[in-house]
Write a protein that binds this ligand. Structure first.
Ligand SMILES: Cc1cc2nc3c(=O)[nH]c(=O)nc-3n(C[C@H](O)[C@H](O)[C@H](O)COP(=O)(O)O)c2cc1C
Length: 375
């Protein structure tokens, strides 16, 4: 089943494996593409994955989460980005690539002054964001849409909006972070308006055929945050608006301040990437939510999070719980995992231990698997 091609919009993906967006820490301080970044994507393309989604690239300077994050906020970035797209297209058997684009809103390690839909204290960094004015909201919608145009001009096959993990789009969608009383806050319809306007404006710039995907939270795991009941309504609406596929994930940075007692699982920094799945934590931990969302959308669904074996992939696809399987950490350790599985080589299990040692590499060497030996 996982070797069967399937379309996202008009784009045919050669198999059901997606590389989930993974920040690389490899751009220059100004956000430009480096040889290291190009090499990373060449290796992934050669490894057999059907669709690569890059680490998040910021649509505005005021949207940066980390330094050495790729930028896509002016036309000067296009030529560097096109080297990634070209390399992937030249070095693979038809691997497709999407750039993930984001704005950090209230979640930034890099910025001192952050902006957000509402002034709600960010618990991890203890930064209090400034509530965005309507003018700033409109500028940011335009920035996202112009970034979509640049992604297309750089030769990518698609774009994915980062609407999960507590970043700006998630902040608009979630009642935990969106306390606005104007047209961008309140009811679900009003909280969706930000991401609806990004879609409509982007289509004006790139046309309807360029696939615009979105990654969203099914739940924030926060009191007063998104619940599966609400996110189902959001997903249904996003599929009607025209988004080409939805990737289902969960959590904000604030989630890591919650306890195991409250959640039933122990959150650590980057709570969307649960540690030691298969031993200390459940495998495929977003699957129950994905199944719920799958019921209400008529576009492809991508599920991510702790999918740690070929057998599990086959089971998820066969039972129709998702159309694509996304992997992040397993492909840091084994970029050629899709080929290994497709050729039936070796163990059904991934080699990744889900130890999150890779997080430390982001500020030292750039993305790589750090803890290679079982603990
Ligand atoms: C080092 C690292 C960087 C990440 N960067 C991003 C990112 O840029 N955008 C994003 O949507 N998710 C990001 N994630 C989350 C992953 O895409 C994925 O949702 C999560 O790790 C669960 O999938 P996995 O169990 O296959 O790793 C990152 C995860 C890790 C470990």
């Amino acid at each position: 089943m996982y070797s069967k091609p399937k379309k996202i919009g008009n784009l045919e993906i050669k198999n059901r494996f997606v590389r989930s967006a993974t920040y690389e820490g490899m751009a220059t301080e100004e956000g430009h593409v480096t040889e290291k970044l190009i090499k990373l994507y060449k290796e992934l393309a050669e490894g057999g994955v059907g669709l690569i989604i890059t680490g998040y690239a910021t649509v505005q300077k005021s949207g940066m989460t980390f330094d050495t994050q790729t930028g896509v906020y002016n036309d000067d970035f296009i030529s560097g980005l096109s080297k990634i797209a070209d390399t992937v297209h030249e070095n693979s058997q038809d691997c497709k690539i999407a750039l993930q684009i984001s704005h950090c809103g209230r979640q930034s390690r890099y910025l001192e002054n952050t902006i957000a839909p509402s002034a709600v204290l960010e618990k991890l960094t203890r930064k209090m964001p400034k509530e965005m004015t309507i003018e700033e909201i409109r500028e940011t919608i335009e920035a996202f849409s112009q970034a979509v145009r640049r992604v297309k001009e750089a030769g990518f096959d698609a774009v994915q909006l980062h609407g999960a993990h507590g970043y700006l789009i998630n902040q608009f969608l979630s009642p935990y972070t969106n306390k606005r009383t104007d047209e961008y806050g309140g009811s679900i319809e009003k909280r969706i308006k930000f991401v609806e306007e990004i879609y409509n404006r982007s289509v004006e710039l790139v046309g309807k055929d360029f696939p615009i995907l979105i990654k969203m939270n099914a739940v924030d795991f926060l009191e007063g945050g998104l619940t599966i009941e609400e996110s189902k309504k959001i997903a249904e609406r996003l599929s009607k608006i025209g988004y080409a596929a939805i990737e289902v994930s969960a959590c904000m940075w604030d989630t890591c301040k919650r306890s195991k007692k409250e959640l039933g699982w122990k959150p650590t920094f980057l709570p969307e990437s649960r540690t030691f799945v298969g031993t200390k934590n459940e495998v495929a931990y977003n699957l129950p939510f994905a199944k719920e969302i799958k019921k209400v959308i008529d576009i492809p669904l991508i599920v991510v999070g702790g999918i740690n074996s070929r057998d599990l992939v086959e089971q998820i696809l066969t039972e129709g719980s998702a159309d694509f399987i996304a992997l992040s950490r397993p492909l840091i350790r084994e970029p050629d995992l899709p080929n290994r599985w497709l050729k039936g080589i070796g163990d059904s299990k991934v080699e990744c231990l889900y130890c999150n040692g890779c997080l430390s590499s982001l500020i030292t060497t750039g993305l790589q698997c750090v803890k290679k030996e079982p603990l």
